[in-house]
Design a protein. Structure first.
Length: 140
C-alpha cells in the first residue's frame, strides 16, 4: 500500500494506513498533505499505554472542544466535526510511535482504528479526504 495521500474519489480512499513512520516519511507526508491544502496533524503516541492517553493526546493535538467527553462516542463526534480548526479539503492524521500502545492495549488501538475507518466514511460522504496513518507495518 502506498504511503501517499490517495487521489481520486474520497469514498475510495484508504482510511487507515499501517506503515513505518520514520522522520523522512513523516516529512514527506506532511509536505504532500500541505501541498494539497490538507490539514496535517501528528498525534505522538510515544509512551501511550491506554485509552485515556490516546484520547487525551488526540484531543490536545486536534484542539478538541471542552465538551469532549473522553469516550469513544465523543471521540467519533469530534473527529467527524473539526469545526474548531480550519476547514480543509482533507485531513491527514498521523499516529507515530503506536507500537507501545499496540503491545500494551491492542484492543484500544484496534477500536481507535475501527472508529477512524468510520470517521473517514463520514468525511468521504461529504467529499472530504480523511485518513489516519499509524506507525505499524501490520496489526497482528
Amino acid at each position: 500500500m502506498s504511503n501517499d495521500p490517495p487521489a481520486g474519489n474520497p469514498a475510495s480512499r484508504a482510511a487507515v494506513v499501517r506503515t513505518v513512520l520514520d522522520d523522512a516519511t513523516v516529512a514527506r507526508l506532511e509536505a504532500e498533505a500541505r501541498a494539497q491544502g490538507f490539514a496535517f496533524v501528528a498525534v505522538d503516541l510515544a509512551g501511550a499505554e491506554d485509552k485515556a492517553t490516546l484520547l487525551e493526546r488526540t484531543a490536545t493535538a486536534l484542539y478538541f472542544p471542552t465538551w469532549f467527553g473522553h469516550n469513544w462516542d465523543a471521540w467519533f463526534d469530534c473527529l467527524t466535526d473539526l469545526a474548531w480548526i480550519a476547514r480543509a479539503p482533507g485531513y491527514l492524521v498521523l499516529l507515530p510511535h503506536a507500537r507501545g500502545l499496540h503491545e500494551s492495549a491492542p484492543e484500544v488501538l484496534d477500536t481507535a482504528l475501527s472508529i477512524a475507518e468510520d470517521v473517514a466514511r463520514v468525511w468521504a460522504g461529504r467529499g472530504i479526504f480523511f485518513s489516519v496513518y499509524v506507525d505499524l507495518e501490520s496489526v497482528d
